[in-house]
Ligand binder design. Sequence first.
Ligand SMILES: Cc1cc2nc3c(=O)[nH]c(=O)nc-3n(C[C@H](O)[C@H](O)[C@H](O)COP(=O)(O)OP(=O)(O)OC[C@H]3O[C@@H](n4cnc5c(N)ncnc54)[C@H](O)[C@@H]3O)c2cc1C
Length: 453
Amino acid sequence: MKTLHEPARETPVAGEFDLCVIGGSCTGVFAAVRAARLGLSVAMVEQSFLLGGVATLAQVNEWHSLYDTAGRQIIGGLTADVLDKLRRRNLVLETRREGRGLCATFNSAELALDLDRLVVEHGIRLFLKASCVAAVGEDGKVDAAIIEDKSGRRAIAARFFIDASGDGDLLRQAGFGAWKNETLQPVNYQMLAAGLDRMMEGTGRDIWQQVRHRAADYGYPLANAVPWINRFPAPADLRNIYGPRLNGYDASDADQLTAAAMEGRRCLRSLLDMIRAELGPDVAAVSLAQALGVRETWHARCLHRLRAGELMDGTVFPDTIAQGTYPVDVHSPEGTVLRFLDGREQFIGRDGVATWRRWRDETAESPRCYHLPYRSLVPEGARNLLVAGRLIDADREAFGGVRVMVNMNQTGEAAGTAAFLALQGECAAAEVPTDRLKRMMVDGGSVLSLDEA
Ligand SMILES: Cc1cc2nc3c(=O)[nH]c(=O)nc-3n(C[C@H](O)[C@H](O)[C@H](O)COP(=O)(O)OP(=O)(O)OC[C@H]3O[C@@H](n4cnc5c(N)ncnc54)[C@H](O)[C@@H]3O)c2cc1C
């Protein structure tokens, strides 16, 4: 590759903080809020203009069950608080989905407004439209994150850092280990469209059933690409359309990200044209997602790689910091495989048709939930850095389950609390006393069992 040499320069320091969080998804915001509640001064860097990450920017507006398979609450904290706030404004639709329990479809635009409030109320210094592009530090210690924003190139100095960027932009720049699966989970592009409810009224058939025969004519892909026409809580005829799953793109590569975004939008346009041709002109896009929906890019190389076996047999870790039930859900061009804790497996083919089978024999008892250990957030060799969110160290299948937001949000809350304990105890991320971490998380509203080991 051709390169050019840039002259060295002095970089202004935009501020000095106890904690700097990279990435303003719910994971990042929840990390920042938990740390601020414990008294840390916190900066948060978000590359877009809106908080919420995939939930708001990419309009992925569904959170899964907060309960285990026996109906006991296993997820609380800021996820439950934020959902309650939305519920009180009539902005959540709850649906029981096979094998996934009670799922909450929320108004993602109003979630972003609530996250703004949380950040302001907790005095978090926010840097919007600011990308973390480099790191300064040595010997496992990060001293500053370098950001680029409207004001140019600036440094944020901090005593502790959390990388919640999904892509590990601080982690990798600081020289810590990261790895990627050979085949990444696909990306999708979403839009809000008006008019579809009226079109479906009285037909008894969903939109896709009615228009799919036109797909080839309109260049709409057919490999595991059935659009999901989800609801959108608002007093209007609005649907949130998840575009086709687009395989083969690595969204941490800038050129592939652009190509995937263009292809995602092309597909949405062809879907709208198919609908117009088949069902009439009364449908329109009203907003396009502000970001591509990215499921997976890099993972941090941490003290522990969470394995699918540990997840699905419900292994309880001494340092459990999060719990969940969402099935292992791995998408590929051939279809989607979902593995549930009770040993059942659902295969959804390229055409959207679902069949059930088993991935293990039936047993008298199945785990009621799975566990995520703190060590999967601690990068090897890092003194003052944790990862949270989809950067977590988990193998392909384990990641297929843990990647959903109700799980990732808990990793943010754990990381924010652990940052406080590391600074208070003047210890490295790996030395944070996990019994204290768990107790402090519970005191702050998380749901964890303190007697399990
Ligand atoms: C199409 C699709 C459907 C899905 N369906 C569901 C579902 O129904 N329910 C569910 O719970 N999960 C679902 N998921 C998975 C889930 O959305 C993600 O795994 C989860 O949102 C990851 O959260 P995160 O906080 O780690 O990352 P993200 O939400 O990706 O957030 C990362 C944040 O960091 C910012 N950022 C990135 N780089 C930088 C940088 N260098 N500097 C500053 N900021 C940066 C980004 O702008 C973003 O705000 C789906 C995902 C996709 C793509």
